[in-house]
Write a protein that binds this ligand. Sequence first.
Ligand code: WTA
Length: 649
Amino acid sequence: MSVKTYPVLEPAKQRALIDDATYQAWYRQSVADPEGFWGEHGKRIDWFTPYTKVKNTSFEGDVSIKWFEDGVTNVSTNCIDRHLEKRGDQVAIIWEGDNPYDDKKITYRELYEHVCRLANVLKANGVQQGDRVTIYMPMIPEAAYAMLACARIGAVHSIVFGGFSPDALAGRIVDCQSTFVITADEGLRGGKPIPLKANTDQAIEIAGRGGVEVKSVVVVRRTGGKVNWFSERDIWYHQAVATVEADCPPAKMKAEDPLFILYTSGSTGKPKGVLHTTGGYLVYASMTHQYVFDYHDGDIYWCTADVGWVTGHSYIVYGPLANGATTLMFEGVPTYPDAGRLWDVVDKHKVNIFYTAPTAIRALMGQGDAFVTRSSRTSLRTLGSVGEPINPEAWEWYYHIVGEDRCPVVDTWWQTETGGILITPLPGATALKPGSATRPFFGVQPQLVDAEGKVLDGAADGNLCITDSWPGQMRTVYGDHERFIQTYFATYKGKYFTGDGCRRDEDGYYWITGRVDDVLNVSGHRMGTAEVESALVSHDAVSEAAVVGYPHDIKGQGIYCYVTLMVGQTGSDDLRKALITHVRKEIGAIASPDKIQFAPGLPKTRSGKIMRRILRKIAEDDFGALGDTSTLADPAVVDDLIANRQNRK
Ligand code: WTA
């Protein structure tokens, strides 16, 4: 198969901070001499006390990862205070509301005051360094203030995406023993209110039964919708910030002090609290933001993610603000009021750098080009993609229609665990191949291995590992270091295993092929099949469930559930609806099953292990090649599964 290559665009090369020769030279140095390389680039952030030690990391044994460990800094100072002299009146955050007539701009000086005031409110209510603060917010500037206020006083934030259910929120509150929550009365998306405060109230009740008593809830008034009020616990944001000082001294944080916890799904069990720390994370987030998007002073930068995901942490808030950028925060959805919204916003705010997910590109592509071409988009210079593999058709549409062949597309591969982008083109340095994340960022050493761990050289297809640490890497699973070791470093000893499959072509370009474990990627949202299964079996009618992904035109992957019912129950469309509602209640709307098949039996080996390979094939409507089924305890169940399959092309 011949693959199209797009050479580096001349204007991009002219402007770029990094050309190909520089990429090659820096990359070589970064792997030959990580100490020297990162010792130099660690200076891109300000330190109260400079570090003398750079790298102290081991993927063996107990797995210990420390960067810049004797340095002392503060993330909020780096994102705000250090810009005040030069760009105090520059806009730090452009907020674009759900409603196109609703927007506002916050300068760095205003950001300073908002963050300091909220930090003082946290302190006044007893939040101390190291305490976990849960943030459950819509996409409003106060979400960024909340993150930075925590960073300012050394509290550890745990953001829970506003689309998660009260149960999911409660689980995360309990796991990190968080007794302080910041939320809003309601969110607003696509004109619809989302009852965040009511969800928080419920979650707090559930968490209370789980042994964690939330003491204070700060509530931002967003819509003015009606909320229940518990005066001994709830605090209105607007009232509280008015009563405290507008300055708050930053806490002196050691480089390895925790900055945040972010829960993410794995192949087994409940979501893990991915822990990121202070110094290395910020160095890596800011450096990747600058070079991957070729960010220059004065650029208007827009990442459409939600702060509830890691992309929002690193590339809406921390990376851009550390670089003194103007970052746009969008409350709404790409299709409201219509499918031209994103491009209208690009024109309205003269966006230069635009970063979104393949699922959004595919959804908009299906609405026709007129929604795009009615806008001018002349401000655009760099386009980015993240979250899942981008299919070449969507890539081409993004490049030709949205970017009019003028804007390099950076397909950035990374994970919650990696803190920042690991494999990516650089706009002025890398020739592009649609569908490939191309080459490693500085300091990143990818390696492909086969199932047995044999290292594959040259052009090859295998499992993607990273052989040495980079500063943005997660440090542990909160409260469970053993799980950290087992999940990431036990499959291939001494290597970080990503969970992704990957091909390397003859030019050394990397092509991520998707997860090789039981993790789904639905519209760029990560979800464990085990989580959906446990939600299903918690319903009274269900005795057993097996969940797999199947290819979905817009979402990338859809959720296909095989459900075995309790004796006496019969499958019906009503029960399907009830199960969907149940999963939404347990996890959130993002986990809504797309297909539910009632199955009297699941294909199991004689030792009782469900053969997911077979379930995946049937879900894909590709049951001609089921492979060897002779090891099944009861091969006849397969015929029933095929006969009643729900996804017929
Ligand atoms: C997938 C999101 C292909 C991958 C930043 C990874 C991608 C998982 C890409 C992490 C990409 C992310 N191409 N696949 N450019 N970016 N992925 O933790 O499977 O929400 O392991 O982090 O998304 O998802 P997470």
